[in-house]
Design a protein around this ligand. Structure first.
Ligand SMILES: [Zn+2]
Length: 282
C-alpha cells in the first residue's frame, strides 16, 4: 500500500462519523506496534513525528524506517510532522518524505498565524503534501487548571471561516478544552464550541491532547465532528508501565523489556481504533 496523505481518508471519516488516530512515535519499536495494530484492525492510520525530533542525529533514519513500514503495510498510512514549529521545519519534513505536515502557529497572533500558514500551505501543496494548522492554542496538561480548564486558548469560532479561506489549510486543529501530556484534574471539553466550529467549516477537524480523555469523551467529540485524534502520552505511559512490570521478572532481558514498547503501542492503538470507529475502514 503506498504511503498516502491522510486527507482523503479524513474526508471519508468526516462523512461517516468516525475518526482516525494519529499516533506519535520516537523510535522504531513503537512504529512496529502501530503498523501491526492498524493492519490487524484494517484501519487507516497516521503516524506522527514531533517537530523537535527532526533536529536529532537519527531523524532521517527514523523517518525512512517509518516510511518503509508504512509502504509495506496492507492499510493506508500517512506520516505527519507534528507541531512544525517553523516554515523551515515544515520544508525539511517535506524534503524528508512526510505526506502531511502540521504547522503550529498557535502561539502567534492570528495575523501572523495566517501569514505563516499561507507560506507553508503554498509550498506544501506545490509538491502534493497536505497541511494541518492550529487555530486557538491547545495547552499543556501540567498547567491545565490555569489554562485549558479556564478556557484560555480556546478557538474563537468567529475566526474559523477567515482562517480557513485565507490559508487554504487542509485540516484544522481546534482548542476546545483538551491539553497535551497528563491532565492536572479532569479534562472538560466544550462540545457546544466544537459544534459551532463544525458548523462554520467542512475542513476535517483535529483534536490534540487525546491521551487522558475517557472513551465516552472520545465518542462524543467524534460524533461532534472531530475526525483526527492525536495520541502520544497514552502510548508512553502504557509502555513504561509494562517495562516496569517486566523488570520485576527474574527472566527480564534486553529483548523482553524492549518488546514491551512494541506490545504497548500495538495494544493501545488497537484499543483506540475501536473507540474511534475506524476498524474495517481501510
Ligand atoms: Zn499536539
Amino acid at each position: 500500500m503506498p504511503l498516502v496523505s491522510i486527507l482523503g481518508e479524513l474526508k471519508k471519516a468526516r462523512e461517516n462519523s468516525y475518526a482516525i488516530g494519529c499516533f506519535d512515535i520516537v523510535e522504531p519499536l513503537g512504529t512496529q506496534g502501530l503498523v501491526s495494530a492498524m493492519e490487524k484492525k484494517s484501519s487507516p492510520g497516521i503516524i506522527g513525528i514531533w517537530s523537535g525530533m527532526l533536529d536529532r542525529p537519527n531523524a532521517r533514519a527514523l523517518v525512512n524506517h517509518t516510511r518503509t513500514m508504512a509502504q509495506d503495510s496492507t492499510v493506508p498510512i500517512s506520516l505527519i510532522l507534528d507541531h512544525g514549529r517553523s516554515f523551515e521545519h515544515c520544508i525539511k519534513a517535506i524534503s524528508m518524505g512526510f505526506t502531511d505536515v502540521m504547522y503550529d502557529g498557535s502561539k502567534l497572533s492570528l495575523e501572523e498565524n495566517i501569514s505563516n500558514t499561507i507560506m507553508v500551505v503554498q509550498a506544501a501543496h506545490a509538491v502534493g503534501v497536505k497541511v494541518e494548522a492550529e487555530l486557538g492554542q491547545v495547552g499543556s496538561g501540567h498547567n491545565y487548571q490555569s489554562f485549558g480548564a479556564i478556557r484560555k486558548g480556546f478557538t474563537d469560532p468567529d475566526t474559523v471561516v477567515q482562517f480557513v479561506e485565507k490559508t487554504n489549510v487542509d485540516m484544522l486543529a481546534v482548542a476546545i478544552g483538551s491539553a497535551h501530556g497528563t491532565y492536572q484534574g479532569d479534562p472538560e471539553l466544550d462540545l457546544e464550541l466544537l459544534c459551532e466550529i463544525r458548523s462554520r467549516t467542512d475542513v476535517p477537524l483535529v483534536l490534540h491532547g487525546g491521551s487522558g480523555l475517557s472513551d465516552d469523551q472520545f465518542r462524543t467529540v467524534v460524533a461532534g465532528g472531530i475526525c483526527k485524534v492525536n495520541i502520544f502520552t497514552n502510548l508512553a505511559v502504557e509502555s513504561t508501565k509494562r517495562m516496569l512490570e517486566e523488570a520485576k521478572s527474574p527472566e527480564a532481558s534486553y529483548s523482553s523489556l524492549t518488546n514491551k514498547i512494541r506490545e504497548a503501542f500495538e495494544y493501545e492503538c488497537e484499543r483506540l481504533i475501536d473507540v474511534f470507529g475506524s476498524a474495517g475502514k481501510s
